[in-house]
Design a protein around this ligand. Structure first.
Ligand code: HDE
Length: 662
């Protein structure tokens, strides 16, 4: 983290780890903080007890409204480093000085669930980053899916009402609702492409550092000469893009509701930053109409094979917050927080977003001065004539608060574009006022089909099963509606499968999209694979030796794996106390499992957990005298290897995330 940011945070820190007297909020040291002031030891409490009143009143007001969407989030500090100058596209300073490091704060989130909900529901993930640039804060408010449910912001409240728990009984929590969501989807088929992403494994990220980020909306980059390019922003995770299985997600949510946030927290504490590269897809303004879809349509992605992603810099999230509420909860993002050289397109979803974010902060953070909260403050100087309001924390000196002025030499003074003042892109716009949508937005199914065409077999099967699961929760009327209006118009095979699985009616006519294109970049099989940050649970019986434990740990940790020893109790073997028991963890919480025994037999929970790891296609290693008698698999099967003789094979299986062809 840059020095500047540290200094800024320093100013607003109360360090409770240091010795200090306990005071009231007015600074009055108190001699007592356990007993309220009473008339006699057994008597009534006195109204004059200002300390009690202050403490309880503050407590009563400790909660603020959670975000209406993206309520459950997890924030991390870091920095962004630019690889090479992008001056041919933009004049944004943080994107034109090679090697320039900009402090950032990123908040990952789920969308539908409330603040206390689980980490791995089937849901979209938010990926919002605030860049504290020298020219003001720039926010890249992204998701882990490149498209959205609708083409026009006016539909957002309807969609959110439909996707959140149903209004009469508040079921289901965190995931997309049943009847209401699918009713909305079937009656608003522009959602078809996004729904394919939501039913895919992308909705179940293994880790926040193993998912892509997409700015979704089309933005504009403007260079010093005033030339404009349309742009889509991407984050590419260095650890690759990987997901858990649906069955696994459901078990993880029960065993550790904080799975994703704990993973990133612990990785950072262990010195493994979450790393992503920033990518840009750029289309010159004059090529606006060259694609077979409208590039302003947020339900369409730009296939990476047609418009390559240029990698331009690296995001390294390397520092956990000091305080969740002060930082993660109070951070306020807005796609309208831009810097010179970054501008907007007429994407009708983006246009609505530009209104919504400030509006929501006013209610959530309680007034117009939320930009003064330390996590939201620019680190460059800022000044204007805005004054007063709730929670004003600056003391503005001087006798004027108006522009233009003579009294204060016209300060603060707007800067010309040449000197760095923001200038809106001089786009020519004309038209009649209409409530309508361009015909170029009318194709709802081609890219939904392209997404399906691009998946590997296991990914496709997971998507088929996800549709069947989700529609299986709906009334028959809704299942039939979704099959008829949506699925049958994307893919007949998918429609047949879901109809068969859910007992719904298969539409008589095949109306599937005939779009034949595929985009290999959309399959997670074509992503990067890294061993770093992968975890292994090592089941041991109490009769293994300390030497075996030491040797196993060091050879696995040497390769970057994170190791936990598990047994029926946290046995002390030599000087080593085992890390976990079959109750405190489960194989669903690890990427891979190893089992090592002495002469004793495997206990029942070990067998259960190994069977589940096997079912979830995880790499399984073994050592010592393990007997496979009570297991349904054995030595020699794919993804089951002896770590004493074939460690490299085991590690390769772990690195490749799953043994799909087992
Ligand atoms: Fe948001 N969105 N959004 N959104 N969004 C919010 O702002 C909204 C959309 C995204 O970690 C809210 O501060 C509208 C697309 C993220 O704090 C709210 C529309 C994308 C976050 C809001 C969209 C996003 C939000 C709720 C359609 C992907 C979490 C709390 C017109 C690019 C930011 C808040 C954080 C949060 C409105 C669509 C991403 C209500 C009206 C598309 C990552 O202002």
């Amino acid at each position: 983290m840059s020095k500047k940011k540290d200094e800024l945070r320093q100013r607003d820190t109360i360090d409770n780890t240091k010795e200090a007297p306990l005071t009231t909020n007015q600074g009055l040291p108190m001699s007592e903080d356990e007993f309220s002031l009473k008339a006699g030891e057994r008597g009534p409490t006195l109204m004059e007890d200002f300390h009690l009143r202050e403490k309880i009143t503050h407590f009563d007001h400790e909660r603020i409204p959670e975000r209406v969407v993206h309520a459950r989030g997890f924030g991390v500090h870091g920095e962004f480093e630019l690889y090479e100058s992008l001056e041919k596209y933009t004049k944004a300073k943080f994107l034109t000085e090679p090697g320039k490091k900009t402090p950032v704060f990123t908040r990952f989130s789920t969308v539908a669930g409330n603040r206390g909900s689980m980490d791995i529901p089937r849901d979209v993930r938010g990926f919002a980053t605030k860049f504290y640039t020298d020219e003001g804060n720039y926010d890249l408010v992204a998701n882990n899916m490149p498209v959205f449910f609708m083409q026009d912001a006016i539909k957002f409240p309807d969609m959110v009402h439909a996707v959140k728990p149903e209004p009469h009984n508040e079921i289901p929590q965190a995931a997309s609702a049943h009847n209401t969501f699918w009713d909305w989807v079937a009656t608003n088929t522009e959602s078809a492409h996004m729904v394919m992403w939501l039913m895919s494994d992308r909705a179940l990220p293994r880790s926040y550092s193993m998912m892509e980020g997409f700015g979704v909306n089309t933005f504009r980059l403007v260079n010093a000469e005033g030339k404009s390019h349309f742009v889509k922003f991407h984050w590419k995770p260095l650890e690759g893009t990987h997901s858990v299985l649906w069955d696994e997600a459901q078990l993880i949510n029960g065993k550790n509701i904080d799975f994703n946030r704990q993973t990133i927290w612990e990785n950072i504490e262990n010195g493994h930053p979450a790393e992503f590269e920033l990518g840009l897809q750029v289309i010159p303004e004059e090529d606006e109409f060259e694609m077979d879809f409208d590039i302003l349509d947020p339900t369409k992605l730009w296939p990476e094979e047609d418009v390559p992603v240029q990698i331009v810099g690296k995001l390294s999230l390397n520092q956990n917050v000091d305080n969740y509420f002060a930082e993660t909860e109070q951070v306020a993002f807005h796609p309208g927080h831009v810097v010179p050289g970054i501008d907007f397109s007429n994407d009708p979803l983006l246009q609505g977003r530009l209104f919504s974010y400030t509006d929501t902060q006013l209610i959530r953070l309680g007034g117009p001065n939320f930009h003064q909260i330390p996590i939201n403050r620019p680190i460059c100087p800022f000044s204007n004539n805005q004054r007063d309001g709730y929670h004003q924390s600056y003391i503005h000196k001087g006798g004027t608060a108006h522009h233009k002025n003579h009294m204060n030499n016209n300060q603060p003074e707007p800067l010309s574009p040449e000197k760095g003042g923001y200038e809106h892109y001089n786009e020519k716009v004309e038209g009649r006022k209409v409530r309508a949508r361009s015909d170029s937005f009318k194709d709802h199914f081609s890219q939904a089909k392209m997404f399906l065409n691009s998946l590997s077999d296991p990914e496709k099967q997971h998507l088929y099963d996800a549709f069947s699961f989700e529609l299986g929760k709906c009334d028959m009327e809704i299942r039939n509606l979704v099959l008829k209006e949506l699925i049958n118009k994307i893919d007949r095979d998918l429609a047949e499968y879901v109809a068969d699985q859910t007992g719904a009616e298969l539409p008589a006519e095949n109306e599937e999209s005939t779009y034949g294109k595929s985009s290999p970049a959309l399959s997670m099989m074509n992503t990067d694979f890294l061993l770093k940050t992968r975890t292994v649970g090592v089941i041991v019986t109490p009769d293994v030796t300390e030497d075996t434990l030491d040797e196993t740990r060091s050879k696995l940790e040497d390769k970057g794996l994170q190791v936990k020893f598990i047994s029926d109790k946290m046995h002390k073997i030599g000087n080593t106390v085992l890390d976990e028991t079959f109750d405190t963890v489960h194989s669903v919480l690890f990427d891979s499992m190893i089992v090592i025994t002495g002469e004793s037999e495997l206990p029942a929970p070990a067998i259960e957990q190994l069977e589940i790891a096997y079912k979830h296609k995880k790499a399984i290693g073994f050592g010592g005298n393990v007997s496979f008698d009570k297991l349904s698999f054995s030595d020699g099967e794919k993804g089951v290897s002896n770590i004493e003789t074939d460690l490299d094979i085991f590690l390769d299986d772990v690195k490749h995330h799953r043994v799909w062809d087992r």
